[in-house]
Design a protein around this ligand. Structure first.
Ligand code: IPD
Ligand code: CA
Ligand code: CA
Ligand code: CA
Length: 266
């Protein structure tokens, strides 16, 4: 097995432990307690259990670090410099429908910068890891973004705004533009995996609006470390709080920006 740094080892072990809990719950999904956070926005006992396992494991390894997690929010650590940004179950809707496509996402932020990320798909047993300056890996093998540059050959992933979220207008124009110019669109329902799939070249590009920092923190680093470019849909530099995200390889990224800029034509 290729070398894993101590912090990636800690993150991967925590993800594997939480994944065992998710897999057990996925086997009996019909018995799970589910509650509503908002219109079409659900949280289940599986999300909460996985989040607790991740926090307990990471606290044991690095007691001084803080947390930003989807379900519990902010928990300050004794060190002001480091915090974990966690989505314990990315793809809750898939999970609750028995669709085997979901993941755990963990990022480590040090003094405001993401320096390490892990995205783990328990069903396919795929562990995506990345560290700043050290590349991106899938099950310890180096990954790179795709080399496709002609729009008509590319497969582009997205996420659709659901009930009560966001303005659908710009998104629908973008979908029309992408449909008119590319080989196809995919919407698989787990943003962290969408980013990991761009990093390993399965998708050529990905865009979405209204994501949260825990959806993208690990994935942005993953795509960059795999040689890709990440920005907002209008081309502004990406931040964790950005209202939109667009990523692709460095040749395709400007073409996608241009396509979106001209999306009113489609
Ligand atoms: C969701 C997924 C989905 C995206 C949604 C996210 P969750 O995360 O990443 O693909 O379209 O915007 O909220 O709630 O399943 O962790
Ligand atoms: Ca959620
Ligand atoms: Ca998510
Ligand atoms: Ca989630």
């Amino acid at each position: 097995m290729a070398y894993r740094s101590p912090r990636i080892t800690v993150m991967a072990k925590a993800a594997e432990k939480a994944a065992r809990s998710l897999k057990r719950d996925f086997g009996e999904v019909e018995n799970l307690q589910v509650s509503k956070k908002g219109p079409a926005d659900f949280v289940s006992a599986a999300d909460l259990k996985a989040e607790k396992i991740l926090k307990d494991e990471l606290k044991r390894a690095r007691p001084e670090f803080g947390f930003l997690t989807e379900e519990a929010g902010i928990e300050k650590g004794s060190s002001p410099d480091e915090r974990w940004i966690i989505d314990p179950l990315d793809g809750t809707t898939n999970f609750l429908h028995g669709l085997p496509h979901f993941a755990i996402s963990i990022a480590l932020e040090v003094r405001g910068e993401i320096v390490a990320g892990v995205i783990y798909d328990p069903i396919k047993d795929e562990m995506f890891t990345a560290e700043k300056g050290n590349g991106a890996y899938l099950n310890d093998r180096r990954i790179r973004v795709s080399a496709r540059v002609a729009l008509e050959t590319t497969v582009v992933a997205t996420g659709t705004p659901y009930l009560g979220r966001g303005d659908r207008g710009p998104f629908l124009r973008e979908v029309n533009a992408v449909m008119a110019q590319t080989a196809g669109i995919r919407r698989w329902g787990a943003a962290a995996l969408d980013l990991a799939y761009v990093a390993c070249g399965r998708y050529d590009a990905f865009w979405e609006r209204d994501l949260s920092s825990w959806d993208v923190a690990a994935g942005i680093l993953m795509v960059k470390e795999a040689g890709g470019t990440v920005s907002e849909v209008e081309g502004r530099p990406i931040k964790l709080e950005s209202p939109s995200i667009l990523c692709a390889n460095i040749d395709l990224h400007p073409k996608m920006l241009k396509l979106f800029k001209e999306s009113g034509k489609y």
